[in-house]
Design a binder for this molecule. Structure first.
Ligand SMILES: [Zn+2]
Ligand SMILES: [Zn+2]
Length: 155
């Protein structure tokens, strides 16, 4: 399996993913829109152990969540691009912002959430699970991916 590379908009901070993601989803909530400045976020779930910052730095900043839980957004300190997040006090899993990958098309979302907030000009492909609000990963994720998530302490 090939590794993936990504980075910020000013190119000071670069990262490498050395394992296939557990899962990828697209969130259409208003907070993700604001964090990314666009219509949705693509979140690529991966064990943090497989995410290496290879140039520059990713600095954590406190972010908001819809649930009110803990959220740390890691940004390039030079250009402030949001690169990845840790949620719910779990630092073992990183949610990489898919738009920062050199090849954002190399990951395919397996679910869409907070679709009740989706902009009308995005159409979700037929057959991809879509949820008005949040979803239960235990029933939506493939078993292997969910097992990795559980092992990393986020059931
Ligand atoms: Zn930067
Ligand atoms: Zn969201």
């Amino acid at each position: 399996m090939g590794e993936r590379l990504g980075g910020c908009s000013c190119n000071a901070t670069r990262y490498r993913l050395t394992e296939e993601p557990m899962f990828t989803h697209v969130c259409h909530c208003s907070i993700c829109k604001r964090h990314t400045g666009t219509a949705f976020v693509t979140h690529v779930f991966l064990e943090t152990a497989y995410l290496e910052v290879i140039e520059g730095r990713a600095v954590p900043y406190a972010g908001q969540t819809g649930s009110g839980g803990e959220h740390w957004v890691h940004r390039c300190p030079a250009c402030q691009t949001a690169l990845f997040s840790h949620y719910a006090g779990n630092n073992q899993i990183a949610l990489i912002k898919g738009g920062t990958l050199d090849d954002p098309g190399s990951v395919t979302p397996g679910a869409h959430l907070w679709v009740e907030g989706k902009v009308p000009w995005i159409e979700i492909p037929a057959g991809v699970p879509a949820f008005a609000q949040n979803y239960d990963a235990a029933t939506v994720w493939p078993i292997a991916g969910f097992e990795r998530r559980r092992k990393a302490g986020w059931g």
